[in-house]
Design a protein around this ligand. Structure first.
Ligand code: ADP
Length: 499
């Protein structure tokens, strides 16, 4: 490991990286209780680019108390319209610092810079603006009750309280904002733990929130490892809700830890999302869509289309189109011009993905494209396509979280049986259908057990669309009005007008 920074980084990002990063608690950067620090690595080179503070359970406790004070104090006095204005200012500040945020996101997560700039940074500003609109629009109802006598009954939608938010390393900015924005909109306060591998942009967001006038203690950021920091958040009796995005294994631990005070839990876990290509589809667009879904960000996307089902009549044509694109894809550092696919996040992830590619072949799959991994200078895995994959093989059943596509064919016309094959997984996050037949598209959409179904598209990144999974892909929906529901309690008030 070296301490070389990518030459393309601008002054603002360099200056941020050179700081001693601390914890953001109660509106101030403070040292962690342990004094320990973790190396933060650029996965495109393997170089250490910064160190971050390792919080302890005591730090989490301090953050929870700050969040509680803000929730019961200053934040509760801020009107919905004022919250909207603060959130809009926060969004504008993000845009003012777009290049810095995009470069920090790129150098720490590995994603190509143009996407960090035009996808992540633009996306989080939009998410804030969308959620800012709800502060003055969400509200209760006046149900038409049938109890004897005369009543006035209504419901109130109230913030759930202090929320713990634990996020992963694949989309540090987006995952942070998908959770911060609805929490701010509803009047909650936050203790957030970014991934120990990618804490930098969340810390910068925390500072910009303060600059936007959001009171101290509303957004606290505690950096460090899942254990003890995430575990302390999940178990803390002073936290009313925990929102988590990450692996199923950690999700289960969080559910157990949260059971102590029965805090609300929302989970966005993994996926093994099917892509179904019918013979009448625009095959060029399907091949391009599949490649961008599974190879973009090196497959480290929970909704990546990782199981491909192509009708046998067009299987060879679609697979050739995919292999051609995969083989031509420019792998490199996210900051390098022209990079189409960056590194995986770490050596551990590289070994994991390479292990799946090897094991898939041992279990009988055929390597159709890619397959090589290199960890010498950064952590790179080639865009890989496996054919001859069958249920029961680990590459078929498990989430790889790498650039590995499992391609299979079908010869059936019966939508129920195609759907049964696609649904034969413990996951249910996303699915994609490719056909020009509208009836078939709608019928398939109804049959698929997935929280997100895209037709003639692999993704639909819009703040208004609920995002979350069926089955073991999670609990609850982020984005859209469903996210507002996730951060609120409903209170029914009934007044007997005769007494
Ligand atoms: P990965 O192994 O790919 O990092 P995880 O699901 O373990 O995926 O990580 C997602 C987030 O969950 C990270 O912020 C991580 O630190 C956190 N985490 C890991 N273990 C725990 C735990 N036991 N309790 C709470 N959070 C955890």
């Amino acid at each position: 490991m070296t301490s070389t920074l990518h030459p393309g980084l601008g002054e603002a990002a360099r200056s941020f990286l050179s700081r001693t990063h601390q914890l953001l608690i109660d509106g101030r950067m403070v040292e962690s209780d342990s004094g320990r620090r973790t190396d933060i690595v650029d996965p495109g080179t393997g170089a250490v680019i910064a160190t971050a503070a390792e919080a302890s359970a005591t730090d989490v406790d301090r953050a929870v108390h700050a969040a509680r004070r803000a929730f019961e104090g200053p934040w509760s006095k801020v009107t919905p319209a004022e919250r909207t204005r603060m959130m809009l200012r926060f969004a504008s500040l993000i845009e003012d610092h777009a290049d810095e945020l995009a470069e920090l996101e790129c150098i720490n997560s590995g994603k190509p810079l143009p996407f960090c700039r035009n996808g992540d940074v633009v996306g989080i500003a939009e998410m804030l603006r969308y959620m800012a609109g709800w502060t003055t629009k969400m509200g209760g109802e006046t149900p038409n009750v049938s109890m004897p006598g005369e009543w006035h009954a209504y419901t109130l939608r109230e913030p759930v309280g202090v929320v713990g938010q634990i996020i992963p390393w694949n989309f540090p900015l987006n995952m942070a904002m998908w959770k911060i924005a609805p929490a701010l909109a509803t009047g909650c306060t936050i203790v957030m733990k970014p991934s120990e591998q990618t804490p930098l942009t969340a810390l910068r967001l925390g500072e910009l929130a303060l600059d936007a006038g959001i009171p101290a203690g509303v957004l606290n950021i505690v950096t460090g490892f899942g254990n003890p920091v995430g575990a302390a958040i999940a178990a803390h009796p002073g936290i009313d809700k925990v929102a988590f995005t990450g692996s199923g294994e950690t999700g289960r631990r969080i559910v157990q830890a949260a059971s102590g005070n029965l805090k609300r839990v929302s989970l966005e876990l993994g996926g093994k999302s099917p892509v179904i290509v019918f013979p009448d589809a625009n095959l060029e667009a399907a091949a391009a869509g599949v490649c961008s879904s599974i190879f973009f960000h090196a497959g480290q996307i929970c909704a990546a289309g990782s199981r491909l089902y192509v009708h046998e009549r067009v299987f060879d044509e679609v697979l050739d189109g995919i292999a051609k694109r995969a083989n031509a894809m420019k792998m490199g550092h996210g900051m390098d011009a022209g990079t189409q696919m960056g590194p995986v996040i770490s050596r551990r992830q590289l070994d994991r993905v390479a292990g799946y590619i090897d094991q898939g072949q041992q279990e009988g799959a055929t390597l159709f494209a890619g397959g090589q991994a290199s960890g010498e200078h950064g952590y790179f895995v080639q865009p890989t396509v496996l054919t001859g994959v069958k249920p029961g093989m680990r590459v078929h059943d498990e989430e790889i979280f790498g650039p590995v596509l499992c391609a299979m064919s079908f010869n059936d016309e019966d939508l129920d049986s195609i759907a049964a094959t696609a649904n034969a997984t413990t996951y249910g996050l996303a699915a994609s259908i490719w056909t020009k037949d509208l009836g078939r598209a709608h019928k398939m959409a109804r049959r698929l057990q997935a929280g997100i179904v895209n037709v003639n598209a692999l993704s639909s990144p819009d703040a208004t669309l609920p995002y979350g999974g069926y089955k073991q892909s999670g609990w609850g929906r982020e984005r859209g009005y469903d996210a507002i529901k996730l951060y609120t309690e409903v209170k029914a008030v009934a007044i007997n007008l005769n007494n």
